[in-house]
Design a protein around this ligand. Structure first.
Ligand code: EPU
Length: 334
């Protein structure tokens, strides 16, 4: 885009956000908005507060040909150091209130996943306590089918609310493919919230199982941020997990610039310092993939989402990548 085109696009974005009454900011960086604390500048960050507002915003952006991506808590995203010329739809303000209706719980995409796990446990509802303490938002968890310690969010999802043509549409959970850290939702689909069907049980017992999952996580994974959860998926055909594989190659603690393989869990890359670079994390990740390929013959798949500044966005080209994806949960899940 040349300067005149950019200016016209900026005017359109300013007009849409003003008309819909949605907060729009300039001058933010992915380094401030993701848990890895790396990544370059973002043209616009737009923060809708309700599901209807979010559906209207993406529709208007698409009508105006403006590319966008959805970001939750930024806990499963590695954005590169370039200038990202698209709109980041920040969903953290889209929290709403959790609403209980018998065994059902209705929740919006920006609601915190750890918070939801506590809310439902207190209510005496079981089914997601294994996810307790996993950083991230509900939208991110639904997008990637977050899982840990025997629980996966897709298993208990009754419906997902999705933005279509400017409206909020309910998609039945049983029409979604809930795969390992992957779903059939498509780039360009914005998840607005969901309804989970949980199972009544003793609140104390659910809490105890959640505390157990949290302490296992604390004992085996780095915490306190600056990671994006597990970096790679576990390979389907391998009997040993990715973390163990990288550990056995002696790579724990290996450092490349501002990024290192976590000394706690080898499938976590963590970053350090005020000026940490996505480039370092990416170079380290590629080095790991090459070694695993060479030594084990296995092609590791990324579990984190890589957001490239120079990829075409959804609204600009129909066969292109991204838009969509409320960042996912950390992962830990995340
Ligand atoms: N292990 C090592 N060295 C390491 C890491 C792990 O020897 O550096 C060993 C462990 O001791 C254990 C085995 O490998 O015997 C499996 O480790 P862990 O229980 O940590 O499970 P994982 O397969 O590494 C998966 C998920 C986690 C999730 C945990 C618990 C993936 C990629 N990872 O980790 O989710 O929290 O199980 O359910 O599926 C994520 O999705 O981001 C994530 C971290």
């Amino acid at each position: 885009m040349n300067n005149t085109e950019l200016q016209k696009r900026d005017e359109a974005i300013a007009e849409i956000s003003a008309r819909l009454g949605v907060r729009a900011e300039r001058g933010r960086r992915f380094a401030e908005l993701t848990s890895l604390r790396v990544g370059g500048s973002i043209d616009w960050v737009i923060s809708p507060q309700t599901e209807a507002e979010a559906a209207a915003v993406v529709h208007e952006l698409e009508q105006a040909g403006v590319g966008w991506r959805a970001l939750g808590s930024g806990s499963n995203v590695l954005a590169d150091d370039g200038e990202h010329h698209y709109v980041v739809l920040a969903l953290k303000d889209l929290k709403g209130e959790v609403r209980f209706e018998g065994d059902l719980v209705h929740v919006s995409a920006g609601y915190s996943l750890p918070r939801l796990c506590i809310d439902v446990a207190r209510q005496g509802l079981s089914g997601i306590e294994g996810l307790g303490g996993i950083p991230g938002t509900v939208g991110g968890a639904l997008w990637m089918n977050a899982g840990a310690y025997g629980h996966e969010i897709g298993t208990v999802t009754e419906t997902v609310r999705v933005a279509r043509e400017g409206r909020v549409v309910e998609v039945p959970g049983n029409t979604v493919q809930w795969n390992y850290r992957h779903t059939s939702f498509k780039d360009g689909e914005l998840l607005l919230g969901g309804t989970l069907r949980l199972t009544p049980d003793d609140a104390g017992a659910i809490m105890a199982r959640m505390e157990d999952a949290k302490s296992r996580r604390l004992a085996t994974q780095p915490h306190g941020g600056r990671s994006a959860g597990c970096f790679f998926k576990n390979p389907p055909a391998s009997s040993i997990g990715t973390g163990k594989m990288i550990d056995e190659m002696g790579m724990k603690g290996v450092r490349r610039g501002t990024a290192l393989v976590s000394p706690v869990h080898a499938n976590f890359i963590v970053t350090e310092g005020e000026n940490a670079r996505a480039e370092d994390a990416l170079a380290l990740a590629e080095e790991i993939r090459e070694r695993v390929k060479r030594e084990q013959g296995i092609e590791l798949e990324y579990e984190v989402e890589l957001w490239r500044a120079n990829e075409p966005q959804q609204a600009e080209s129909s066969d292109s990548a991204p838009a969509g994806s409320p960042d996912a949960v950390e992962k830990e899940s995340t």
